[in-house]
Unconditional design. Structure first.
Length: 380
């Protein structure tokens, strides 16, 4: 039985969970969803004009995804799992979300759940500990339950299994300052965020944090902080990890996730969206090499209809997955990243991923590293 052991994103990968896209039929449009994806839902240069006019009101509304896109996504994710298995990695899969799954509900909301696809988000693996992080999207509140069988297996083998405090997710739980700040690095939304509705259950801004906001570098953990929700969660992590890991904060590198802004490919080398990322990083990591690919080619992305909901920026293809310090899985649709990595001595394994902008993730998002060879090293 394998024991949980994962401290970084580059040492030889032995065991991984690959998400599932089966029965992903719709997006639940409501406050938590729109706030999370606001940077790309409404930016006019990449979104589509009718989105703002079609935006629903306060009640959650199911935004249907065309069946063809889901079928092709399922094909691509299954291909990713097959490629990893062919490279000698043990591949686990989450339970499949039932097609007739009833909505889930909190004390003040209800939402149709989504499958466990972008499984990097709601779990953080640090060494021999599983940390379930506090979700920021209501429809994903119970997503980690679809991974519970694997977590239980690692727990039985000696892993620590921790759950961070779970938020109520009332409207007033969300710090909307980043979403309403037009001076943020990504430009801010082109449509105002709705005012929150008050509730008798309001407790103020709550902890919310995704694993994809964290960069694992051996003894060091870098966390992106864009609002009070993230700040409160970072304080919890700092106290919980005291004496075991060094926690560094970076501020507003993005609205939440940073694994399409910066990823560590090996000790001393980052893949970065732009040269300015270096200045946003903790000073001890600014001496590393920052590889910056060319700007994305718009022609490399499928064209969608006005009613198709685009969730991510065109930089999503920086969301690569390292199998070891030399081998990187890269979207076959992104020759710019492939060429950059090959020029710098990496072995690239191209894997198809067509609809990455519709489903909010790439290969790093779709995977959760559970066993890697590397230890709790000091890479500063």
């Amino acid at each position: 039985m394998l024991t949980l052991h994962s401290y970084d994103d580059w040492s030889p990968l032995r065991d991984v969970v690959v998400g599932s896209a089966r029965n992903y039929t719709s997006h639940e449009r409501e406050l938590s969803f729109d706030v999370f994806f606001h940077d790309h839902l409404f930016r006019s240069e990449w979104a589509y004009p009718r989105l703002a006019a079609a935006r629903p009101g306060r009640d959650a509304r199911s935004w249907e995804i065309k069946r063809r896109y889901v079928d092709e996504l399922v094909e691509d994710v299954e291909m990713l799992a097959g490629v990893l298995a062919s490279l000698g990695v043990q591949v686990r899969r989450p339970m499949t979300l039932p097609p007739d799954q009833a909505p889930i509900a909190g004390m003040s909301w209800q939402a149709a759940p989504t499958p466990a696809l972008n499984i990097r988000d709601n779990t953080l693996i640090l060494g021999d500990e599983i940390i379930e992080t506090p979700p920021a999207i209501r429809s994903r509140y119970l997503e980690t339950r679809l991974l519970a069988a694997h977590f239980a297996e690692f727990f039985d083998a000696g892993a620590t299994w921790t759950t961070m405090p779970r938020p109520l997710l009332t409207d007033a739980s969300f710090d909307l300052s980043y979403a309403r700040d037009s001076s943020t690095s990504l430009g801010g939304p082109t449509e105002p965020v709705l005012d929150p509705v008050t509730s008798s259950l309001d407790v103020g801004f709550e902890m919310m944090l995704d694993g994809a906001q964290c960069l694992r570098l051996g003894q060091d953990l870098v966390i992106n902080i864009a609002n009070t929700n993230h700040e409160r969660a970072a304080v919890w992590l700092e106290r919980h990890l005291a004496g075991r890991f060094r926690v560094h904060r970076v501020h507003r590198m993005s609205d939440n996730h940073i694994d399409s802004m910066v990823l560590a490919l090996r000790p001393g080398v980052f893949l970065a969206r732009h040269p300015g990322v270096r200045d946003l990083m903790p000073e001890v990591f600014r001496s590393w090499t920052y590889l910056v690919p060319p700007e994305p080619d718009p022609s490399a992305f499928p064209r969608y209809d006005d009613g198709d909901l685009v969730l991510t920026s065109p930089y999503i293809d920086l969301n690569v997955l390292s199998v070891d310090e030399e081998t990187v899985l890269v979207n076959a649709e992104c020759p710019g990243v492939i060429g950059l990595l090959e020029h710098n001595g990496f072995t690239v394994v191209p894997v198809q991923h067509r609809h990455r902008r519709l489903f909010g993730g790439g290969f790093h998002c779709f995977t959760l590293d559970t066993v890697r060879d590397g230890g709790c090293e000091d890479y500063r």
